[in-house]
Design a binder for this molecule. Structure first.
Ligand code: SAH
Length: 366
C-alpha cells in the first residue's frame, strides 16, 4: 500500500499546492496549517471549521503524525522533564524539557539512535535505526508545549542523533518551527549541535540562518579526539574549525563549543592550555559539561573542583566559558539514557515472555 503523505512535514506553500490539486480552496490550506502548527491538534476531527467531507478526504489522503507519550519523568531537583515518545512504527525516542528563568527550552532528538559512535554517548550504543521526519521533530515540541500548557521559547537539537546526518529533514523542521504561521520560535532561539560533519556545516552556513551552531569538540588535539569520537578519523580539527569560522563569517552567529570533561582523558592543565591555544581569539563560547557516566563505558566524571580549575585556566586566556548546569541528574539526564534503559527493560521483559512494546506503551500512558 502506498504510504499516505506526511501533512505535518509540509510547508504552507507545499500544503496549498497539494490541496489545490485535490480541489480545495487556497485559504483551506492556511486553516489546516494553523490547526496543526498553532493550535497543535492531533486529529483531523479536531479541525472544527473544516467540513466533514474535507476532513474525510484529509484522512484518506494524509497521515497526521502525532507522537504517543509513553512516559514522562519529572526531576525532583530542578523540574526538568524527560519524555519518552512512541512513533507510529513502534520506535521510541526521548526529549527533554528544561525550565530556565529565560523560558522553557526543549531538547529534541533528530534520529532514532545514531551512527556517529561517540564513546561516551548512550544514543549510539545500538547504532542508527532511522532518521526522524520534520513532523516527528516538531511534534516533540508540540506535545511538550501542550503537556505543560506553557510556551516553549527555545529549542536545542541536542538529543539523540546527529542532526547534520539528517540534513534535509532538519532544515525543513527549522523552517516549520520558525515559520510565522506556526509556533514562530525565533531562529536565534534554536541551537543545532553537531559532532562536526564538515561538508554539512558549510552547507548550513550557506543557508544563512540565524540559528546557533554548537560543535562537540571534547578534545584539544586530534589524537585525544579520535579516542572519544570516531568522526575525528574523518575530519581533522583544523578542517572542523575552518568550517566553524566559515559559519561565523556567513551568519555572524557566535559559535558554541561543547567540551565534555572526562577524568584523566581531556581535563588536565595541559589540555586547558592547548584548548585555549586551539580556540585562539575566536568570537565564541565554550560550554564545559562534566561527562555523564553511562554504565556501558567506564568514563569517569571530572570532579567539581577540577571542572572549576579548568574553567579558570580558560578564563585566564580570556575565553568565554560556562559550566553547563547538570539538569535532571536524577532522571537519566544524559542523551539517550532513558531510551536505552526503556529498550533494555523491554528486551528483558520479552525474554521473560512479558508484554510487547505496544502494550507497554499503552499501559504507561494510561
Ligand atoms: N550529535 C550531536 C548532538 C547530540 S549530543 C553532537 O554530537 O553534537 C549533545 C551533546 O551532548 C554533544 O556535545 C555530545 O557529545 C554530548 N554528550 C553525549 N553524551 C554525553 C555524556 N554521557 N556526557 C556528557 N556529554 C554527552
Amino acid at each position: 500500500m502506498e504510504q499516505k503523505k506526511d501533512i505535518k512535514s509540509m510547508s504552507l506553500q507545499q500544503l496549498t499546492e497539494e490541496l489545490v490539486v485535490l480541489g480545495e480552496k487556497k485559504f483551506r490550506a492556511a486553516q489546516i496549517y494553523g490547526w496543526m502548527h498553532q493550535k497543535l491538534v492531533t486529529d483531523f476531527e479536531e479541525m472544527t471549521n473544516i467540513s466533514k467531507n474535507t476532513r474525510k478526504m484529509l484522512r484518506e489522503q494524509f497521515e497526521l503524525v502525532s507522537l504517543k507519550k509513553i512516559d514522562c519523568k519529572i526531576s525532583a531537583i530542578d523540574g526538568t522533564r524527560k519524555y519518552l515518545f512512541g512513533l507510529s512504527d513502534g520506535h521510541v525516542i526521548e526529549s527533554v524539557l528544561m525550565k530556565y528563568n529565560h523560558g522553557n527550552s526543549v531538547c529534541i532528538s533528530s534520529q532514532v539512535g545514531c551512527r556517529m559512535g561517540c564513546r561516551f554517548c548512550a544514543s549510539t550504543l545500538d547504532g542508527l535505526s532511522r532518521n526522524l521526519r520534520p513532523s516527528e521533530m516538531l511534534d516533540q515540541i508540540y506535545q511538550i508545549q501542550k503537556d505543560i500548557q506553557e510556551r516553549v521559547s527555545n529549542v536545542v537539537v541536542m538529543g539523540s542523533g546527529e542532526p547534520l546526518d539528517n540534513y534535509d529533514n532538519l532544515l525543513q523542521f527549522i523552517h516549520l518551527l520558525t515559520d510565522a504561521n506556526g509556533l514562530s520560535i525565533s531562529q536565534r532561539n534554536v541551537t543545532v549541535s553537531t559532532c562536526g560533519l564538515v561538508p554539512q556545516m558549510h552547507r548550513l552556513a550557506d543557508e544563512k540562518l540565524q540559528i546557533t551552531l554548537a560543535l562537540s569538540l571534547h578534545a584539544s588535539n586530534n589524537d585525544v579526539r579520535k579516542t572519544l569520537m570516531p568522526i575525528a578519523n574523518r575530519y581533522l580539527l583544523s578542517e572542523v574549525l575552518e568550517a566553524c569560522d566559515y559559519y561565523f563569517e556567513q551568519t555572524g552567529r557566535r559559535m558554541t563549543f561543547e567540551y565534555s570533561l572526562v577524568k584523566g582523558v581531556n581535563d588536565g592543565q595541559q589540555q586547558a592550555d592547548e584548548l585555549a591555544e586551539l580556540i585562539g581569539n575566536r568570537n565564541c563560547h565554550i560550554n564545559l559539561i562534566p561527562v555523564n557516566p553511562i554504565k556501558e563505558r567506564n568514563f569517569v566524571q571530572t570532579d567539581a573542583k577540577n571542572v572549576n580549575n579548568f574553567k579558570k585556566l580558560l578564563e585566564k586566556k580570556r575565553i568565554n566559558v560556562t559550566i553547563r548546569r547538570e539538569m535532571g541528574r536524577d532522571i537519566d539526564g544524559a542523551c539517550g539514557q532513558l531510551r536505552k534503559r526503556y529498550m533494555d527493560q523491554l528486551k528483558e521483559e520479552h525474554s521473560d515472555g512479558g508484554v510487547c512494546a505496544d502494550r507497554c506503551g499503552e499501559e504507561a500512558s494510561n
